[in-house]
Every structure is written in structure tokens, then in C-alpha cells.
Design a protein around this ligand. Sequence first.
Ligand SMILES: Nc1ncnc2c1ncn2[C@@H]1O[C@H](COP(=O)(O)OP(=O)(O)OP(=O)(O)O)[C@@H](O)[C@H]1O
Length: 255
Amino acid sequence: MQNILQVDHIEKYFGNKGNITKALNDISFKVDKGEFVGIMGPSGSGKTTLLNCISTIDTVTTGHITINGKDITTLKRRNLEKFRRDELGFIFQDFNLLDTLTAYENIALALSIQGEKPSKIQSNLQEIAEKLEISSVLDKFPYEMSGGQEQRVASARAIVANPSLVLADEPTGALDSKSSRLLLESFEKLNKELSTTILMVTHDAFTASYSNRILFIKDGKIFNELIKGNDSRKAFFNRIIEVITLLGGDANDVF
Ligand SMILES: Nc1ncnc2c1ncn2[C@@H]1O[C@H](COP(=O)(O)OP(=O)(O)OP(=O)(O)O)[C@@H](O)[C@H]1O
């Protein structure tokens, strides 16, 4: 199995002498191509910091992160932007679509920046729009769409250029339960049918239950890992709740 992400003994400190927060404290893990991995943990456990370091938005204090064979902790600043554009796709909680562009234009932007031919853009985009069930809203502006449609458009934008790794930060955070389910079913489809590799941070057990493996973080360390294996999503959900309960979390609003 091809390794897409390797995180090696990373640490991240904030602050300075006398007032240091160790946000990440010796974290190591790997993600192979085609995996759908969830990251869970209580508030302040380091999830966002970890995602920011992997997405090259922030830098680690020590350790290494390798994405698709490149050590991003040693990449020069001027190469980072190109690296992000070519290798990573981002899905945020608040969609981040451009208001003045239609859904089609928002998605196509990612490809036109890369210099793709218009005909190639159209065929890639149509295929992904069908998988995400947004073909009928491609001519609409963000204000004309539901939150769920906006997030599926944002997801199409994240994967249309076929990045090595898609990073999602609380992607269902702003969605109602029906839209969340639809979005997660599309993630499942993209992961199974296109082998899209997804790393998703969430505090929500239902959302996490769509992934195939979950890393639990507490106080900047990985303290548990759950693998879905042949479990149904419901059985996996129950196992996630067990871990959370074991840790003293509330099963309703998880962490
Ligand atoms: N820029 C910063 N400066 C100082 N401390 C920070 C900074 N960013 C994060 N921290 C601290 O690092 C720790 C981890 O924060 P992080 O935001 O990664 O947690 P999280 O698990 O994403 O939390 P949440 O679920 O609430 O978003 C916390 O103690 C936080 O206060």
C-alpha cells in the first residue's frame, strides 16, 4: 500500500520560556493511499494544531511530516504554496466558497489555477459533481444554495484536482443532521470509488463513524486507535461511543 502521509515524532510548542503550551507531544502515525482516517479528541487536545501542521499552515517545533514522499518540514516557504496547490485539498467547517462565483466557477478555479484545459476541466468537474449530487446547482451562486449543497460544492473543489490528501476540519460542523449524512455518504463514495485519501478532524462520533480508522488525541498525544474493519457503521459508532465514555466524555455531545 502506498504511503501518503507519515508523521514522525512531531512536537509543537506555543508561547515562550516560562509560559509554554505543548500542543503536540510526540505524535507519530501513517496514512496509506485510499484510507479515510478520523481524528477525534477533547477541546484543546491538539486536533487543529495537528491539521495545521500537516496542511503546512503552521510549522512543527520538532519532528518530520512527509506527504507523498516530500518532507514538508524542510520545504522552503516559496515552494509551500505550490505544494499545497498540487498535493492537498481543503474542506473547512464554513465552506469558504467565493460569493461572486457560481458553484461551477468555484470548483473550476482550482483546476484553472493549475493550467488545465477548459475541456478537461469540464469533464473532471461533471464526473465529480455527479458523485456529489450537485449537478443541478452548478449554475447557482453560494447564496442560492443550502448549507449542505455549499459544503458538497466545497468538497468538489477540494478533490477536483485529484490531490494526494484531502484535509477536512469539522466538515459537518455547520450542517444539520440530514445534510451531514449526505455529505458523509459522498465522502464514503469518493473514498471507495476514487480512492481519495481523507484525513478528517471531528468531535462528533456520528461523523467519525464514516471513517475507516480513528486516532484519538488527548493532551497532544495519541492515546487510542480504532479500526472499523468489517464492522457496520452503526457497530463502529457504538465502539467510538465506548471509547469516549471510557474517557469520561459525554456520549451526546461527544467531546
Ligand atoms: N496560537 C496559539 N498560541 C498559543 N496556544 C495555542 C495556540 N493555538 C493553540 N494553542 C493551544 O494548544 C492546545 C491545542 O489547541 P488546538 O486548537 O489544537 O485544540 P483542538 O483539539 O483543535 O481544540 P478544539 O476542539 O476546541 O478546536 C490548546 O491548549 C490551545 O490553547
